[in-house]
Structures are given as C-alpha cells and as structure tokens.
Design a protein around this ligand. Structure first.
Ligand code: NAD
Length: 468
C-alpha cells in the first residue's frame, strides 16, 4: 500500500488508548517514541564479491530490561516497520505482564536467495554488529525468530554471541527460540500458533462476544481462512483443525491462494509447500491466482498470519468473516479497524493473539537463567505422592482408580505440559482482563483499545514507581 505507515498506525492506536489512561503531563510522548534505533550496514564476501547488507535493531522501551523482540529477514523491511514492531512488542509484553521492554530487528534480505552456508555467514556478521553495539545480551536485548528467521538463525546468533562474550555464564539467554539441544524449551516453535488457538478458544468461552459477532457457540465446525502458512499460520491452522474441529477452507500464500469447501488437510499442504515452495499446483484444493481475494470470501474466522496492512481501507468493507484473529503483527490498518468495528466484525488484536511466542520465549529465557529444565525437581516427587494418593483411595474404597484418568494423574508434568499450561493460563487471564478493561468510565472500548489501556497503565505504573 503506497504511502501507508505502519508506525503511524501504531502511534494512532496508542494515542486513542492514551486518552483513556491518566498520566502525568508529557509521559505519554515519552512512552510513545522509540528510544533508539541502530542502523547497520555491513559487508560480507560472498560468491566472489563483496555484498552489502542493511539492517536495524530498534529498542522502543527499556522501562523493564531486557528489551525483547524478534528479528525479521525480509526484502521489504525498513525502519518504519521495525520501529512499529518494536512499539508493538512494548505494549504486548506490558499487556501480558512480562518483565520485558520492547524491541525488534530486521535485515533487508530475501532468505530464499541465499544458501544455508551464506545465510550463516550473513547472520553471524549481523550478530557481531548487534553485540558490539549492545543490541544483543541476556540482560539488555534478547531477539527471537520472526518472519524469514527460524531456530537455525537463533543458533547461529547464540553461538556468535558466546564467542563474543565467553565469560557470560548466561550467554544462552541472549536469544530465545533456540532448538531444544541448544538451550531451547519444549513447545517454543509451536508457541505463537498455540497461543492463537488458545485465544480463539477463550473467545468462544465468552458467550456474549460470540453472540455479538453472530457466531454459534464453540469453535467446532467453524470455517476458517488462514493467510500465511509459515510458523505461526501453520501451527494455528494445524491445532484449530486437528484439535478443535475447525475446517480450514482456504489458505493464502505469497504466490496465490487455495480454496476447498470440504477443508484443506494442513499437514499435506505443508509438505507440498516445503517441496514446491509454492501453493500453485496443489491437488487438494482450487488454486486461486489472486490469493488476497480470498480474504474477502465468506467464512467464520479469518486468521491473517503473514504480514502487516493486508486488511486495509480498500478491502475492509468486503471482509465477510465474523471474527478476525490477528496472528500476524499489524495485519489490520487503523482505518480498516474502524470500518470492521462499524460493521460488527469482532477483531482479536495482535498484541493479544500472537503473544504466545513471547510468553514461551519468557519461559525459555527464565530456563536459561536458572540453568535447570522446568519440572526437573518436582516431577518424580509429584508422581510418588499422586501414586500414594491413588493407592490410599483404592484401599479406602475397595475400587480401582479409573484407568482413563490414571496416566494423566499419576505421571508428573513434563516440560511441554508446564509450558502449555503456563501459556494457556496467560492467554485466558489476558482475555478476561481485556474484557474487563473494555468498560471504562461507562464507555465501551473495542478490544484493541482496551488491550492498549492495560499495557499503558502498567507502563505508567512502572515509570511512577521509579519516580519519573
Ligand atoms: P514465517 O516467515 O514463518 O511465515 C510467513 C508466511 O507468510 C510464509 O509462508 C510466507 O510465504 C507467507 N507470506 C508472506 N507474505 C505473504 C502475503 N503477502 N500473503 C500471503 N502469504 C504471505 O513468519 P512467521 O514467523 O509465521 O510470522 C508471521 C507473522 O506473525 C508476522 O507478522 C510476525 O511478525 C508474526 N509473529 C510471529 C511470531 C513467531 O513466533 N514467529 C510471534 C509473534 C508474531
């Protein structure tokens, strides 16, 4: 969209919410602006010539440290986008009550144009620049994967940081989203998509919100359209279809869309996309050349999980979904948000819906700092005491413990169980908080503005507490 500024939209949303939060004079501006953006340009010798790359790491707020936020590899990245995403991270972490400020980074690069060895060289060079300028450290700034980056990118960054700072015993906590074998945590890869699932489940526990959106109760049987079958979109689509009975009737990818009223089998499509790097020619659905047109097809739930600004003033009037769950960051422009609201479409905002990634990143960071896996100390102890309780019940009643409950009750929680339970707890709690915050001074706010007011209240309290 020519002329559209992602950052200006985030700022407008901030100002809408700030009008509802009492703050000392001038604090609102201090919170809104991005603290610092480091612009980096570096050269790497590749394919016999020097290639120059540009990147950014923006720190929006350090009212709590470290600042947290992903690193994106995209040919479309620019400073406006990085600063908008960093601001969203500040508000997201504050909304979820996580002890992080907000940050985001990007490298202007098409990862598909480079081999794995070349990407490693480029990533390591980028990491050196970030570490050297204090934009990477467990106590200061902690990246994670985002569009175009993954576990492998995080391993290279961690390894480079460890070389840079060999005496830092907490070095593994400099980055989250690492593979399990390299200091990661169970359930991090799926975390954002899992959080999207939990957000939608929680929406369906709120009967008034469901009725107001014109939906029938429960996620089962709902017709869902997903845009972007990358990390977030794939896991969200997989869990919603395999565990909650939703039907994924359309998937929109970068080079076209797929439509099948009977539902698309997500694992099958994922395999096809991995092998072909394109949705074109997939035999399990109708191929639609203008993929974005599927955003406007009739469905119950639309899950934009690709990129920003895709629901805008040009298409918002024609969106037919009753519920939009913003898995991507900033998929709905400020203007489009107003149009959707005036039409009664329910919008679950990005800073809530996609918070699963940073929540589980928080667990991973804590695991790295404590140097002990979650549940290690308690698991056997819980198993023993649960077993004793089961035997006592059997002895007292003369009855057998029901076998269908035995496995879940008798075995102690594994790391993945604790991660999922912690994530579910935080997603449920945040929805209820947002629902409560909607009613401010007798006026009803939309979900996004309500979520922002919670974040702004928390940030204001943090500044007040330190006397600023
Ligand atoms: P990804 O790179 O794994 O996947 C993105 C997918 O979207 C790819 O399959 C790509 O082909 C597709 N795509 C790109 N542009 C498209 C377009 N215009 N139309 C349709 N499809 C398009 O990225 P991801 O990590 O899944 O991130 C997706 C979104 O979720 C981003 O907005 C990101 O900031 C946000 N997010 C990601 C995480 C995370 O943990 N990865 C956490 C929070 C938010």
């Amino acid at each position: 969209m020519t002329g559209w500024s992602f950052l200006r939209d985030v700022d407008r949303q901030f100002e809408t919410a700030a009008a509802h939060v009492p703050m000392q004079d001038g604090l609102s501006e201090k919170i809104r602006v991005c603290n610092a953006t480091y612009v980096v340009r570096f050269g790497v010798r590749l394919r016999g010539r020097m290639e120059t790359f540009s990147g950014w790491r923006a720190v929006h707020s350090t009212h709590v440290s470290p600042a947290k936020g992903g690193i994106r590899f995209s040919p479309h990245a620019d400073q406006d986008e990085v600063e908008a995403l960093a601001a969203l991270m500040t508000y997201k972490c504050a909304l979820m009550g996580l002890p992080f400020g907000g940050s985001k980074g990007a490298l202007k690069i098409d990862p598909m144009s480079w081999s794995r060895e070349e990407l490693e060289k480029i990533t390591r060079r980028f990491t050196q620049e970030l570490a050297r300028h204090n934009f990477l450290a467990p106590s200061q700034n902690v990246p994670a994967p985002d569009m175009g980056t993954n576990e492998l990118t995080m391993v290279w960054m961690t390894d480079e940081y460890r070389r840079w700072s060999p005496s830092d015993i907490n070095a593994f906590a400099c980055v989250t989203g690492k593979p399990l074998a390299a200091g990661g945590i169970e359930g991090r890869i799926e975390a954002t998509g899992r959080g999207v699932q939990f957000a939608i489940r929680e929406f369906f526990r709120h009967d008034d919100d469901v009725a107001r959106a014109g939906l029938t109760p429960g996620p089962a049987g709902k017709r869902v359209i997903v845009q972007g079958l990358g990390n977030v979109g794939y896991h969200a689509a997989k869990f919603l279809s395999e565990e909650d009975g939703c039907k994924i009737i359309a998937v929109i990818e970068h080079d076209g869309g797929l439509y099948a009223e009977q539902g698309i089998e997500i694992e099958d499509l994922k395999r096809y996309l991995q092998d072909n790097h394109s949705a074109k020619g997939y035999p399990g659905a109708d191929v639609i050349d203008d993929g974005a047109s599927l955003l406007m097809r009739d469905c119950d739930i639309l899950v934009p999980a690709a990129t920003e600004g895709v629901i805008n003033s040009e298409n918002a009037k024609r969106i037919q979904a009753k519920l939009i769950a913003e898995a991507a960051n900033g998929p709905t422009t400020f203007e489009a948000d107003r149009i959707l609201r005036s039409r009664g479409v329910a919008v679950l905002p990005d800073l809530y819906v996609n918070a699963g990634g940073v929540i589980v990143s928080y667990f991973e960071w804590v695991k790295n700092l404590t140097h002990i896996p979650f549940g290690l100390m308690e698991r056997r102890h819980h198993e023993t005491s649960h077993r004793m309780l089961a035997h006592s019940l059997e002895a007292m009643t003369g009855m057998q413990f029901p076998s269908e409950n035995a496995r879940a009750f008798l075995s102690g929680a594994r790391e993945i169980d604790l991660v999922r339970s912690g994530l579910d707890e935080m997603m449920r709690g945040a929805y209820r908080e947002i629902a409560d915050a909607r009613w401010t001074n007798g006026e009803e706010l939309d979900m996004r503005t309500a979520a922002y007011t919670i974040a702004l209240r928390r940030i204001t309290e943090a500044y007040n507490a330190i006397g600023l």
